[in-house]
Design a protein around this ligand. Structure first.
Ligand SMILES: [Zn+2]
Length: 444
């Protein structure tokens, strides 16, 4: 009998790999943060002696969600400016508030709020794009959350950096500082084609090749952005990115609501990863990402919430449902984007896009024990014919009972174990008072 850290028995397990598999009355053996084995419960109790044994008798265990695009700290702007188009929202509200308020303190408090929300909703990894990525990395590591921290670049001076030189030198320092942290990964994060010059993008491409990192960027988010760029540059942003050598399998292109059939072929041929953020796109009326066509062209499509200021939550369960319904509605085919595909988009596809598919995103022996349990005993998810359909079409994130990241139980019976919930609430209230008192939305 082998001694291990944790043995989790679950009514159902959906490992996501192999594709479509559903295990009943199985257990997951976890040791040193890694999945040792998935096996039938009766064998598990014969083979393993565990320090911790957890019985999830009414639950389905799935890989933790990978939120493939967010701006965690922007949770502090949740509900500050709503019902606006992207450019008005950014230029009249978000950017002025950021100029005034973004600091290490703001980023720490906002990111803690976001991580608490994400863990309570079953997310075990987030791909972030924001200022002070050093703070995001330190906080995520302290909490025990897996993060891909964006080394942001934008052609505007901010509290984090003054110019491209400083963005890139500070970014590479963050990469160096966290290179050996098993929970922290990095990606270059040029904000968008319309906010980063050819020079900046060329340098990022070279650095990303040298350091073997993904490039995380908003691309073709709205029609007006693409039309304006085409007028100014003579080509659409995707063509410009191709000219600069950025259309590769390193690129994690977020939104992609404006794509011609030729562009879809080009994205497929170059192995570009796409992140679909359906709720943010709907709320800002940015357009529709043609997810079904992209998937059918063989493109890896992941799922993200975007920041809580444009969504307005970080709820991957809801995002899966919206993505599935939009995929069906837009394609006119109810069989498109089925429940299992939605779950794969929210887990394995995100991990693959971020270059960490060997570590997380599915429940295979040897991968990190990044796990989420959803309690299906609630009347809202009864009767349970098909647990995957229950997760995608019926369950709410409040049914997420337990979450492990690298074998550490960060949510235990809905209680956060490494975050002080009271502190999160008090900080949110403090920031609301500050942002309200100074009229954050009409500042210079
Ligand atoms: Zn975004």
């Amino acid at each position: 009998m082998q001694s291990i850290d944790t043995l989790i028995h679950a009514r159902w397990i959906i490992p996501v790999e192999p594709d479509g598999e559903l295990l009943e009355h199985h257990s997951i053996a976890v040791h040193n943060g890694t999945i040792e084995a998935l096996l039938p419960q009766e064998l598990a109790v014969q083979n393993y002696s565990a320090s911790n044994e957890v019985a999830l008798n009414d639950h389905v265990l799935i890989p933790g969600f990978v939120n493939a695009h967010t701006h965690a700290a922007m949770s502090l702007f949740r509900g500050m400016a709503d019902d606006l188009a992207l450019m008005e929202w950014l230029q009249s509200h978000i950017w002025p508030a950021e100029r005034r308020w973004v600091s290490p303190h703001f980023v720490r408090d906002g990111t803690r709020l976001a991580i608490a929300e994400m863990l309570r909703g079953g997310t075990t990894c987030f791909n972030d794009m924001y200022f002070f990525p050093d703070e995001v990395a330190r906080l995520a590591s302290d909490i025990g959350m897996r993060a891909v921290v964006g080394l942001i670049a934008i052609d505007a001076p901010t509290a984090w950096a003054a110019d491209t030189d400083e963005y890139l030198s500070k970014g590479t320092k963050v990469h160096d500082a966290f290179r050996h942290d098993p929970l922290i990964h990095t990606a270059f994060a040029p904000h968008a084609p319309y906010t980063v010059s050819d020079d900046g993008l060329t340098r990022i491409r070279t650095l990303a090749d040298e350091l073997d990192l993904p490039v995380h960027m908003h691309v073709h988010e709205t029609r007006s952005e693409v039309e304006d760029a085409a007028k100014a540059d003579g080509v659409r942003p995707l063509a410009r990115l191709e000219r600069l050598g950025l259309l590769t399998n390193r690129l994690v292109a977020v939104h992609m609501t404006q794509l011609t059939p030729d562009e879809i072929s080009q994205v497929a041929a170059n192995g570009v990863n796409v992140v679909h953020c359906p709720e943010s796109n709907l709320k800002l009326a940015s357009g529709f990402c043609p997810v079904v066509e992209l998937s059918e062209a063989g493109i890896n499509v992941a799922l993200g919430t975007d920041g809580a200021a444009s969504n307005n939550d970080l709820d991957m369960l809801a995002e899966m449902r919206t993505a599935a319904y939009l995929g069906k509605g837009l394609s006119g085919r109810p069989s498109a984007l089925n429940a299992m595909s939605a779950l794969k988009m929210a887990t394995l596809n995100g991990a693959k896009a971020l270059g960490i598919g060997h570590l997380t995103g599915s429940l295979l022996p040897g991968k990190s024990a990044d796990l989420t349990a959803v309690d299906l005993s609630w009347l809202e998810t009864q009767p349970t014919f098909n647990p995957c359909a229950q997760i995608v079409y019926s369950a709410s994130r409040h049914q997420v009972s337990d979450v492990w990241v690298a074998g550490q139980r960060l949510l235990d019976g809905r209680q956060l174990t490494t975050i002080d919930e009271q502190l999160v609430l008090e900080n949110a209230l403090d920031w609301k008072t500050k942002l309200t008192a100074t009229g954050a939305s009409d500042d210079d």
